[in-house]
Design a protein around this ligand. Structure first.
Ligand SMILES: C[S@@+](CC[C@H](N)C(=O)[O-])C[C@H]1O[C@@H](n2cnc3c(N)ncnc32)[C@H](O)[C@@H]1O
Length: 324
C-alpha cells in the first residue's frame, strides 16, 4: 500500500466536479461519506502517532504560543481534530471538509469524547473555500494559529495554490503542518506462500498509477514537483522542516488492525484490480476471503508498519504583520 494509500473513493473520483452540468464545482460527497468508517478506523489505529504528532506541533509552536484557533483542513471523520482539541485545551478546533457525513461524524466523536463546545465543523468545498474573500484568510474559514492538513492537499488540483492559501490564513507566528509524506504501508512478508513474492511492491506500483490518474482528473490539475519543504517556503513560510512518526504493530495482529487491513486490501482490489495481473488478483481474493486461513483476517504473519511524514512551516511576523 503506497504512502498515499487514499486515492479517493473506489471509482477514483472524490469531490467530483461536474462541468458538464454547468456547475463549476459540484461536490459528490456521498463517496467520501461512504468511506467514513474506514477513515475513522484507520485514524483510530494511528491514535498513538497522532498524539505524538500533536505534542510535536506544540513544541514547534513554542511554550509561549497562544493557540486560540486551529483548522483541520480535509478533516475526514475528525480523529485528529479531536486529538488537537485535546492537546490544545485553550483552542477552538475547526474541522473543515467537503463531506457533510464526515463532519457529522466529527461532531459525534467530539461529543463522545467530551470535547463538544471545543470542536466546530465547517462545510467547505476546496479550494474555493480557501480563496474567497478580500484577502488571505478573509473568507469564512478565518485565520488560525495552527493549520493541520493530512492527506487532503493531494486531492486538490493546484497543491501549491492550496498551500499558498493555507499559509495566508495563518496568524503571524502560526504553524502550517501538512501530513503528505511517508513510506508505503507494509503488512505482509515478501513471500507469503501464495502467488508471486513481492505482492506489496506491485500493489504500490498499481496505486501510484491510480494516484496519477486521480490527480490528472482533478479540476485545475497542476503538475508540481512534490518537494513539500520547497513548496512551503514558496508559500512564504519560514523555519520549514519535517518529522516522521512510525506506527509499528507487530505480528500477531489484533482484530481491529486485521479488519482495517482487510478493508484496505478489499478497496485496493476495487480501485487497482484492473492494473494487476490475474495471479495478483487471485492472491488478493485469498487475502480478502474472510473464511480462508491464508486471509489477512487469520494469517499469523500479518503486521502493520507505516511511516507518516509531516512537513511544517511558520508564518513569520513582520513589522507589517505580513507573511512575506
Ligand atoms: C484521505 S481523507 C483524509 C482524512 C483525514 N485528514 C485523515 O488524514 O485521515 C481526505 C479528506 O479530504 C476531503 N476532501 C477531499 N477533497 C476535498 C475538497 N475538494 N474539498 C473539501 N474536502 C475535500 C475528503 O472529504 C476527506 O475527508
Amino acid at each position: 500500500m503506497s504512502a498515499h494509500s487514499d486515492t479517493g473513493p473506489a471509482h477514483g473520483h472524490k469531490h467530483g466536479h461536474d462541468h458538464g452540468r454547468g456547475h463549476a464545482h459540484q461536490t459528490t460527497d456521498a463517496d467520501w461519506d461512504a468511506m467514513a468508517e474506514r477513515l475513522e478506523a484507520g485514524g483510530e489505529l494511528q491514535l498513538p502517532v497522532l498524539r505524538r504528532t500533536a505534542a510535536r506541533l506544540g513544541e514547534l509552536l513554542g511554550p509561549s504560543a497562544e493557540v486560540r484557533r486551529i483548522l483541520d483542513i480535509g478533516s475526514g471523520p475528525g480523529v485528529m481534530t479531536c486529538v488537537l482539541a485535546g492537546a490544545f485545551a485553550g483552542a477552538e478546533t475547526v474541522a473543515v471538509d467537503g463531506a457533510p457525513g464526515l463532519l457529522d461524524r466529527t461532531l459525534s466523536r467530539a461529543e463522545r469524547l467530551g470535547l463538544d463546545g471545543r470542536v466546530a465543523v465547517r462545510h467547505a468545498d476546496l479550494p474555493e473555500g480557501l480563496r474567497t474573500g478580500d484577502g488571505p484568510g478573509a473568507d469564512g474559514l478565518g485565520t488560525a494559529d495552527l493549520i493541520w492538513s493530512s492527506k487532503a492537499v493531494h486531492h486538490l488540483g493546484d497543491q501549491q495554490g492550496a498551500l499558498d492559501a493555507l499559509a495566508g490564513a495563518l496568524k503571524p507566528g502560526g504553524l502550517l503542518a501538512v501530513a503528505e509524506g511517508g513510506l508505503p504501508m507494509r503488512c505482509l512478508p515478501r513471500d507469503i506462500g501464495i502467488g508471486a513474492p513481492g505482492l506489496q511492491a506491485r500493489l504500490d506500483a498499481a496505486q501510484e498509477k491510480r494516484f496519477a490518474i486521480m490527480r490528472s482528473e482533478l479540476p485545475g490539475s497542476t503538475p508540481a514537483v512534490e518537494d513539500w519543504p520547497a513548496m512551503l517556503r514558496r508559500a512564504g513560510l519560514t523555519r520549514v522542516g519535517s518529522f516522521t512518526f512510525l506506527l509499528d504493530l507487530p505480528a500477531p495482529l489484533g482484530g481491529t488492525a486485521r479488519a482495517f487491513l482487510h478493508d484496505q486490501l478489499t478497496r485496493l482490489r476495487e480501485i487497482a484490480g484492473d492494473l494487476l495481473d490475474a495471479q495478483d488478483v487471485e492472491t488478493l481474493d485469498v487475502l480478502t476471503d474472510p473464511g480462508s486461513a491464508q486471509g489477512i483476517l487469520h494469517r499469523p504473519d500479518a503486521f502493520l508498519l507505516s511511516a507518516t511524514t509531516v512537513f511544517t512551516g511558520v508564518r513569520t511576523a513582520t513589522a507589517e504583520g505580513s507573511a512575506r
